[in-house]
Design a protein around this ligand. Structure first.
Ligand code: F6P
Length: 356
């Protein structure tokens, strides 16, 4: 049996741990199995770039950040577009055959799952594994990479906290996550933020400033504001994505974070912006993610040995399960504004910028 593996989209902690989990369990369970590592995600499948892997290629990778296979962003939208006479879908099917694969494991987030579903519909034996620091994949309570990113973000907030408190400043920290605010929500709550702004709950800057002022009036001269990359104010929330981008370009607004920091800074508060950015995606996975990666990997190995394809691995109510790719593809798991963690944060007095 020949099993192809690829990692696609943005890298994140836990990719290698998951690859190791799958492969170790496959080697334990099945005889005469060969692992084919496809280079740089779907790009490698389109271009026919791959390595036949040996067991020793997977040694010592549990703690290694990034992905040993390499990755690339190959947007789903372009998959069906023929470029330079290359029909990408046809190429992927041809290369799958050329590599003599019996199945293909795709480790990735939302975009990856859309392409994985497309390939499954084209008749390939595909199994998805849920990766993303954004935790926004439909059908799973958690994705690998998310909790490591929360840990990293929390450490950032902890460290920034001491400067905020010493200087009595408002520190505005941008957390990754363009569509979904999970990472900002968890990081903010874990780091003891005073304001959390996420795309799912549009903010009014007056409410943000009021929250900061309220703290100052109570003798807390500093505040921590955690802002998701994709945060938007109530006016922008009414616009379509393109309209919003155009509006920001016209207004000279680079990011929501910068605008929020400027607007708070225009009051009496000294303000600084911190953008940890890709820090959240780098380095070793946390213990939680190593365990999750191992669980997901072992489960995927079972799917391979049972010949169950066209599905993606998921965690639901503390049990590893699988969902049909067709049910997951194209759906984003956003933070419900009445999610229990949002309510908990509100109970603790954390502002979401929506209460005037
Ligand atoms: O999807 C993961 C993510 O880290 C998002 O949170 C972020 O918006 C995006 O990827 C950044 O992508 P890139 O690394 O391609 O700039």
């Amino acid at each position: 049996m020949r099993v192809g593996i690829l990692t696609a989209g943005g890298d994140c902690p836990g990719l290698n741990a998951t690859i190791r989990g799958v492969v170790k369990a496959i080697y334990q369970k099945m005889d005469n199995v060969e692992i084919v590592g496809i280079v740089d995600g779907f790009k490698g499948l389109i271009e026919g770039e791959y390595h036949e892997m040996k067991p020793s290629d997977f040694w010592g990778i549990l703690t290694r950040g990034g992905t040993i296979l390499g990755t690339a962003r190959t947007p789903y939208k372009q998959m069906k577009v023929v470029e330079n006479d290359v029909d990408k879908v046809a190429r992927m099917k041809q290369n799958y055959k050329k590599m003599k694969l019996d199945c293909l494991l795709t480790l990735g987030g939302n975009g990856t799952h859309k392409t994985a579903n497309l390939l499954a519909q084209e008749g390939l034996n595909v199994i998805g594994l849920p990766k993303t620091i954004d935790n926004d994949l439909w059908g799973t309570d958690v994705t690998f990479g998310f909790h490591t990113a929360v840990d990293i973000g929390t450490e950032v907030v902890d460290r920034v906290h001491t400067t905020a408190s010493s200087h009595k400043r408002v520190m505005v920290i941008e957390v990754m996550g363009n569509k979904a605010g999970w990472l900002t929500l968890y990081t903010g709550l874990a780091g003891g933020a005073d304001v959390i702004l996420i795309p799912e709950i549009p903010y009014d800057i007056r409410a943000v400033i009021r929250a900061v002022e309220k703290r100052a009036a109570a003798g807390r001269g500093f505040s921590i504001v955690c802002v998701a990359e994709g945060a938007m104010n109530t006016a922008e929330a009414k616009m379509k994505k393109k309209e919003r981008a155009q509006y920001r370009a016209e207004q000279g607004i680079s990011t929501a974070t910068n605008r929020i920091a400027r607007e708070i800074g225009e009051t009496s508060f000294e303000t600084r912006t911190v953008v940890p950015g890709h820090f959240a995606r780098g380095g070793a996975p946390s213990a939680y993610d190593r365990v999750l990666a191992s669980q997901f990997g072992a489960y995927a190995a079972n799917l391979v040995s049972q010949g169950i394809f066209g599905v993606t691995v998921a965690m639901r109510n503390n049990a590893v399960v699988h969902n049909p790719l067709s049910e997951v593809a194209g759906k984003t798991k956003l933070v419900p504004p009445d999610h229990q963690i949002v309510l908990t944060a509100r109970q603790l007095g954390i502002a979401f910028g929506d209460e005037l």
